[in-house]
Design a protein around this ligand. Structure first.
Ligand code: FAD
Length: 870
């Protein structure tokens, strides 16, 4: 097989048909659809309870599940024919090993659904269980597979680590000499995406859903902040719910409402090559293959092979707009882009050099800034839901996600915690098109190319949001990572060393990280002297009224006491009706009728929406998002008060400014600096919320006032170690909207005696009575060598007396304990006592190796003891 790249014809290229002319003859799915043109005359109803926009796998799956739940007053509108967006050209792989429980769970539901549809509809979806093998060319990749295998323990998906010779037996046509192993997933399947949609559509129709092709949604109307109607190319349809399943068009559909709905995704070219039939290649005889180190997947197809790619550097598409006529769209082939993948195919498959290419297919698919879908309720308009941005996983996810979405619409909440995919995790800033165009160049390949655990340090789309301290921090040697688009220093190092360590730092690690010594120093500085940490990314809201309404609202939203003395701060959940953590915040009462609310960075859109949804309709309470108005500087450590005192005339001594208090003080030249004496790290000190234009002045003043105390900058990795050691759980990292305060040991933040029917009260009372079956617990690894062993990074299974009991949620090193410390879940089918949790033997499985662990429900003394200096 020979392909000449960068221009010039070769014998091989002459064999390649021009896709745009002949694709309907080649792609098996499309031949079945040929002739199914959109009707010329359309009879639209003038109302429907739910309108779904988009007749791909996402839209039809939601329609199917809504009807199953008894909601059949559903209208699905498709501008062309069903499947004509991205779905028709999908390969249809349904792989179950996803590395995150929720993703694995929805994938399993998809597989079960696609298999069952034949019996229900008489349409063979083409779903077959063939299994799959992912091969490892490097030890690091194999380690990532071992982590994956351990993780799958939670939902019980079968899989096994295999040797190169076992791979050869499973897939005899593979060359395995360069492999170190792989992971075999026997229950992985493949389906025919178009037939699957046809089966979903047939079942939906027979359950009463109205599916209309050839109708374009032009506008989504809302009244009083709630979906009210949809304007289409064929008239207006009144409705109560709208679901945007517009695939790569979903961002544009989001712009067709007032207010606009942000759906941050961008189209990317996605290619696969199909060979002509090869003698001896039998259909569906062997598992399909992922060669992740080169970003390839490989499957038998039409008697030959299909080799697909996940490009390390994706090619964004349609920056200036998706063409008006885009049904069954494909792009010109790009052999240059496919070149490394072609090499990978030739290297991997026995006799591949003799294969003849039938076509290189190039189809558009939309990707998101982190490569996970956009799912759930849009915060901008009530009853507006989104399921799009499938990032090349739309077939495997849609069956299961459609089920969760239908439940969400019908019941008002999801049965699974889908926060990692929630559309609200992104801010309005992420919807910028230039940002999206640049970022998706990385997200296409990331799932295949990055084997390391933890945060992904994207190189593109950076510096989207920067605090006013960014320049000063960069000069001081900050290494940044982004959260919610905000650049946050994770640690500081001598800028001269940064270049030398760049590759190690970028690459990631399974073991002791390259930055270990820097973060250790920062940790000890926080415990022993004084440090500055930039907390600007936290979400900040102001709530105010003329009378007592703001207080009354917070009393309803929060189980903790909100009618506290002016100048007090309370840490409190905001619970949903099921008693789960909708938000976790610090609330400061700054005056009689004014509160300042600090929430996690990720809560910017979700937290704001939750409060605004409960505002009194008479307009008596005002809610403002002031996140971008204030810079947050955490001054922490035993010397923090001494440094602050040098810069203010207000007494900041412990007796005058106790923990959990707030006051507006002047620091240096700056007035109206809001000082909240909670450091989120369990150390003494406070966070200063400074109007942005004065932030650099305050920062410089603090730096010079603290010089004699050895003041220094510290980053978020030190905060992580500090808070994990002290058993401070973080929302989204450790717990979510399915967990109650009892399950994370925060019952003291629930005040049943405040005599107010706060949201979630009855659910909590019931929970208290029934006892807890989940408990967040701290573990220290006892026989783990931090220098030589792999480190946990979250997602590791925990075993209690040899039985699986839960997963690690977050982990770090505990310098004062000299051990790895993890937070994670202990679960039981019956209510648990403290003894059940602590009087047992535990192990944590890190990449296939189990380490002894000690469980505790309270932090160790060494981690909380304050250094007594001065
Ligand atoms: C080459 C390739 C291979 C793939 N292989 C796999 C795979 O093996 N496994 C896997 O899980 N995924 C795979 N995918 C991804 C998968 O195909 C997609 O994620 C999935 O099809 C997306 O489905 P969807 O319903 O979200 O979008 P679409 O299928 O694009 O459906 C959206 C629909 O909305 C319609 N629409 C848009 N605007 C309007 C409007 N204003 N009014 C009315 N209708 C409108 C469009 O016409 C379109 O039909 C692959 C993708 C590609 C490109």
């Amino acid at each position: 097989m020979q392909v000449l790249l960068k221009g010039g014809a070769t014998s091989l290229q002459r064999l390649v048909p021009i896709w745009s002319v002949s694709h309907r003859l080649i792609h098996p799915s499309v031949t079945r659809l040929a002739g199914a043109r959109a009707p010329t005359s359309v009879d639209l109803p003038d109302r429907a309870k739910v309108v779904i926009c988009g007749g791909g796998i996402a839209g039809t799956s939601i329609a199917y599940h809504l009807a199953k739940l008894g909601w059949n007053d559903v209208l699905l509108l498709e501008q062309g024919n069903l499947t004509c967006g991205t779905t028709w050209h999908s390969v249809g792989l349904v792989g179950l090993l996803k590395g995150q429980s929720v993703l694995g769970q929805v994938s399993r539901w998809s597989a079960e659904l696609y298999e069952s549809l034949k019996e229900e509809t008489d349409i063979d979806t083409g779903f077959r269980v063939t299994g799959s093998v992912s091969v490892a060319q490097t030890q690091d990749r194999l380690t990532s597979f071992k982590r994956l295998q351990a993780r799958e323990r939670e939902i019980g998906t079968e899989c096994e680590i295999v040797t190169p010779s076992e791979i050869e037996k499973l897939v005899p046509y593979l060359r395995t000499t360069d492999l170190v192993g792989g992971i075999y997933s026997p229950k992985d399947g493949r389906t025919d995406a178009s037939n699957t949609v046809m089966a979903l559509a047939k079942a939906s129709r027979s359950n009463g859903v109205n599916i209309v092709e050839g109708v374009q949604v032009n506008k989504i109307r809302s009244e009083n902040g709630r979906v009210s109607a949809v304007e289409t190319s064929h008239g207006t349809v009144k409705c109560e719910y709208f679901v945007n399943c517009g695939g790569q068009w979903a961002r544009d559909i989001g712009l067709k409402s007032d207010p606009i709905v942000r759906v941050p995704l961008h189209s990317v070219e996605h290619q696969y090559m199909i060979t002509k039939p090869i003698p001896g290649v039998e259909p569906q005889k062997y598992p399909y293959v992922r060669d992740t180190d080169v970003g390839n997947y490989l499957i038998d197809w039409g008697g030959g092979f299909l080799a697909g790619m996940f490009a390390k550097k994706g090619k964004p598409l349609f920056f200036d707009g998706i063409p008006e006529k885009s049904e069954f769209l494909s792009m010109p082939e790009d052999w240059d882009h496919f070149a490394p993948h072609l090499q990978g195919f030739l290297k991997r498959v026995e006799g591949a050099e003799k294969a003849e290419v039938q076509q290189l297919f190039n189809g558009p698919e939309s990707f998101t800034p982190d490569g996970l879908p956009l799912f759930g309720p849009a915060p901008e308009i009530d009853n507006y839901f989104v399921m799009a941005g499938m990032s090349s996983q739309g077939i495997v996810y849609s069956g299961g996600l459609g089920r969760v979405m239908a439940e969400w619409i019908v019941k008002g909440h999801a049965s699974l915690n889908t926060w990692c995919m929630d559309v609200r995790r992104f801010t309005e800033y992420h919807n910028n098109k230039a940002f999206l165009r640049d970022r998706v160049t990385e997200t296409e390949g990331n799932a295949y190319h990055n084997p390391y655990p933890g945060d992904v340090n994207f190189e593109t789309g950076r510096m989207l949001r920067c605090s006013p301290l960014f320049g000063a921090q960069r000069q001081a040697g900050a290494v940044f990572a982004e959260k919610g688009g905000v650049e946050r220093p994770v640690y500081f190092m001598n800028p001269a060393n940064q270049e030398a360590l760049y590759d190690d730092l970028q690459k990631g690690s399974f073991g002791k990280p390259a930055w270990f010594d820097y973060v250790s120093e920062e940790y000890w500085a926080c415990r022993e002297s004084v440090c500055l940490m930039d907390m600007s990314s936290f979400s900040k809201f102001e709530l105010e009224s003329d009378g007592p309404e703001a207080c009354a609202l917070l009393q309803k939203l929060c189980p903790n006491e909100m009618d506290m003395a002016i100048g007090s701060v309370a840490h409190t959940p905001m619970l949903n009706e099921r008693g789960g953590y909708e938000n976790d915040c610090s609330v400061a009462r700054v005056s009689e009728n004014k509160y300042f609310i600090i929430s996690p960075t990720q809560q910017l859109r979700r937290g704001f929406k939750w409060i605004s949804k409960h505002l009194p309709s008479d307009g008596s309470v005002q809610l403002r998002d002031v996140t971008s108005h204030y810079t947050g500087i955490n001054v922490l450590g035993p010397r923090a008060r001494s440094v602050l005192q040098r810069l203010t005339t207000t007494s900041v001594a412990l007796v005058d400014m106790k923990p959990f208090t707030v006051r507006d003080i002047s620091i240096g030249y700056a007035n109206a600096v809001r000082a909240i004496s909670v450091t989120h790290a369990g150390e003494d000190g406070c966070v200063l919320y400074i109007p942005n234009e004065m932030a650099i002045n305050v920062y410089n003043s603090l730096m010079s006032a603290g010089k004699s105390y050895g003041i220094r900058n510290v980053g978020y990795y030190a905060l992580r170690w500090l808070r994990i050691e002290k058993l401070f759980a973080y929302w989204a990292d450790d717990f979510n909207d399915t967990h109650t305060p009892y399950e994370i040991g925060r019952e003291h933040r629930v005040k049943f005696d405040k005599d107010i029917d706060f949201i979630g009260k009855s659910a909590l009372l019931a929970h208290k009575k029934a006892g807890i079956r989940f408990r967040l617990t701290q573990f220290t690894l006892e026989d783990h060598d931090t220098d030589y062993h792999h480190w946990p990074a979250g997602g590791e299974p925990i075993y209690r007396n040899g039985q699986y009991t839960g997963l690690v949620t977050s982990s770090g090193y505990g310098p004062s304990l000299g051990k790895i410390v993890c937070l994670g879940w202990v679960t039981n089918s019956d209510p648990m006592t403290h003894e059940y949790i602590t009087k047992a033997s535990y192990e944590v499985d890190v990449a296939g190796q189990r380490y002894k662990a000690k469980a505790t429900l309270y932090p160790h003394k060494q981690a909380t003891r304050h250094a007594l200096i001065g």
